[in-house]
Design a protein around this ligand. Structure first.
Ligand code: FAD
Length: 449
């Protein structure tokens, strides 16, 4: 029905931050009907990074997808730490649909959440605490958590002719991934062109190759992942990909679904991964913005009391570097969501929470590769280890040093302990007396800290 529905807490958006916020609420205890998640997507919150990785593997998707029957409110259970599947290839759901006796472990805490799926909010009035859906449904709240994430940048945003041609794919949500899976099956062993050399481009090129496509990557920059990778780091991945048979066309701008120099790349599938932009439009003029996001304090509260913003949309104080930043990565989506809910609960209990103290952490996986990065990629760099793309088990890293201090650390092929060690380095920012010595020591430098 179109009747107005009221909730104590509303999470707007059904992605990573929404899922982790809900889980944190569940830890603190929830009464039935207190919390609603409103999402444009037809599925419960899930781990979005899987969409460019295991979700597209040819051996099929070993995961359960929770879909809502029409627009009905679906009663959900949250169980503490419950994962349907675990590990790098798994598709993890933060929430699980209530079914009789569906829990293997009777001791798990059950919490009921209203999951309002396939529902796009088209109007938000923060003054009257009212959200309106495309279908005209009205939702009111006491506390709102904005978790609308990002939308992909479209080729037509640049006015690129041919941008609306068939078989051009983007990847943000599960619907996009499902369309891509259907195309992969329909165009078996065909040709794929991947536009963009960021982590989505690199992951998708690998996955299309694994699906036995003839793959060409096209990007305008002189090397891949230029916002993070140094030319030396990028050289490793580009050669590794070339050895896997991925063709790379660098320094080329796609100006139509044809290349600038007039060559036509014929392709059965074109996938565009050229970045995203935060979905803040609904709140324009209502909540303060900064650096392209919704400005928050160290508890993710916006300039409007009782309204929080988490994940990709939040511009928050990054304590470690004494500046505000917006971060579009999954680790921050999870942690910011948990921080916001902890703060909401602390206020209710008359307590204080610690400030958010985030250490930036990014990662990616493709083929047999896996890298992690912690900290800030500023200043001079050194590279160490075995970065021969032909090695059977390459393992190498890079450090970023500014004003005599180590600020950032990158590691390909690290063990969990080694990754923990480089994270610690980036957090502690030790003094680096000698770059040559640091290069020689490489990972040993991290293990000494
Ligand atoms: P999202 O997870 O995008 O969720 C936003 C939700 O809000 C969506 O469900 C959306 O439908 C909903 N929504 C938006 N507007 C409305 C509206 N008006 N009404 C109702 N619902 C709405 N990061 C990494 O660190 N490592 C990775 O390997 C990695 N891989 C990625 C792979 C892919 C394919 C993508 C797309 C992203 C990847 N990321 C990765 C980035 C990471 O997934 C995001 O930073 C993270 O999902 C942000 O979480 P969020 O909750 O802020 O937004």
């Amino acid at each position: 029905s179109m009747a107005e529905k009221h909730f104590k807490y509303v999470i707007l958006g059904g992605g990573v931050a929404a899922g982790y916020a809900a889980r944190e609420f569940a830890k603190h205890g929830l009464n039935p009907g207190e919390l609603a998640i409103i999402s444009k997507e037809a599925v419960a919150p899930y781990e979005r990074p899987t969409l460019s990785k295991a979700y597209l593997f040819p051996q099929g998707r070993s995961c359960t997808i929770i879909r809502a029957e029409d627009n009905e409110m679906t009663k959900l259970i949250i169980s503490d730490g419950h994962k349907v599947l675990q590990g790098s290839q798994a598709f993890m759901f933060v929430l699980e649909v209530e079914e009789k006796d569906c829990f293997r472990n009777g001791t798990q805490k059950r919490v009921r959440i209203e999951l309002i799926l396939s529902t796009e909010i088209v109007k938000a009035d923060l003054a009257s605490k009212t959200l309106t859906s495309a279908a005209g449904a009205i939702f009111t709240y006491d506390i709102l958590i904005i978790a609308t994430g990002s939308t992909v940048i479209n080729l037509s945003d640049f006015g690129t002719p041919g941008a609306d041609a068939n078989n051009i794919f983007y990847l943000r949500e599960i619907d996009d991934a499902d369309k891509l899976v259907a195309a992969i099956q329909a165009k078996k062993n065909g040709k794929a062109v991947i536009v963009g050399g960021g982590y989505i481009g690199l992951e998708l090129s690998a996955v299309m190759k694994i699906n036995n496509f003839d793959v060409t990557m096209v990007y305008p920059e002189p090397w891949c992942m230029p916002r993070l990778f140094t030319p030396e780091i990028a050289a490793f991945y580009e050669s590794y990909y070339a050895n896997k048979g991925v063709k790379i066309d660098k320094g080329t701008l796609v100006t139509s679904v044809k290349l600038k120099d007039g060559r036509v790349l014929d392709a059965d599938i074109v996938i565009v991964g050229v970045g995203g932009r935060p979905l803040t439009k609904l709140f324009k003029g209502q909540a303060e913005e900064e650096k392209g996001g919704i400005k928050t304090d160290a508890f993710f509260q916006t300039s409007v009391g009782g309204v929080y913003a988490v994940g990709d949309v939040a511009t928050f104080p990054l304590k470690l570097y004494n500046e505000t930043r917006r971060v579009e990565h999954v680790d921050h989506a999870r942690k910011s969501a948990e921080q916001a809910v902890k703060a909401i609960k602390a206020i209710e209990g008359g307590k204080v929470t610690d400030d958010y103290d985030y250490l930036p952490y990014f990662y990616s996986r493709s083929f047999d590769l896996s890298w992690q990065f912690y900290g800030d990629n500023v200043g001079e760099t050194v590279i160490f280890g075995d970065n021969d793309p032909a090695s059977s088990k390459p393992k190498f890293g890079s450090y970023w040093i500014k004003e005599g201090k180590l600020l950032g650390a990158f590691l390909e092929g690290g063990s969990p302990e080694e990754n923990t060690a480089i994270a610690k380095l980036a957090r502690l920012q030790p003094a680096v007396p000698d770059l040559e010595q640091l290069t020689k020591e490489g990972l040993t430098f991290a293990s000494k800290i």
